[in-house]
Design a protein. Sequence first.
Length: 226
Amino acid sequence: MTLELQSLSLSLGGRRLFAPLSFTVRDGEIVTVMGASGSGKSSLLDFLCGMLDRNFTTEGRVLLDGADLAPLPPERRRVGILFQDDLLFPHLSVGENLAFGLPPDLRNRSARRAEVARALVDAGLEGFESRDPATLSGGQRARVALLRTLLAQPRALLLDEPFAKLDVGLRDRIRSFVFTHARAKGLPTLLVTHDPDDARAAAGPVVALASLSDGNPAGSGEPGSS
Ligand SMILES: Nc1ncnc2c1ncn2[C@@H]1O[C@H](COP(=O)(O)OP(=O)(O)OP(=O)(O)O)[C@@H](O)[C@H]1O
């Protein structure tokens, strides 16, 4: 799977956020997107997964595995996203939260249970099915949130500062957990972060978004080296 941005620009309310972006994210590759606050990083990810809810227009194209993404409704894009405040449903158990991520075509109950159990073992959370999310640590919650995203079998992964609120020690562990899974599944991954350590760990190209609203039109839109 590859994610390809071709001269993509995004305007909100008629105002263009950043200079046109052209780059390709290959399977298992993590491209880091950095830029000033307000330069449009989150809006870019929201657009890619079909969740941008503001009045926007775009130019250029986004191809996922060679096919134009724009005409697809969010549920058919199969682009997974993970946020800084990834909330688990508080009224559901950990297992039910994870089952929520499973593709609807996996109807068989025991197959669903087995998938959830396998994912939990994989994350070092064996037997956590019936736990209340409120009883989990921040790191455990972060892992469950990633598992839920991955169980939906995304074709690409978008990470919107998912480590920003974690304590430093935990951040390294969760980051490596997320990156290892993204690479193992061969997902093209876009990481939005302000943290240079994240970019270093991603070990891929870095794209700098320059905010046009700051009167700085110099966004290269091309990946540089990390
Ligand atoms: N809810 C909103 N309604 C209208 N405009 C918004 C809204 N949220 C953001 N914007 C506008 O969209 C622009 C891009 O915001 P976005 O959140 O994508 O930037 P960002 O680069 O992710 O910023 P940050 O690093 O602070 O998270 C902002 O400059 C702001 O003007």
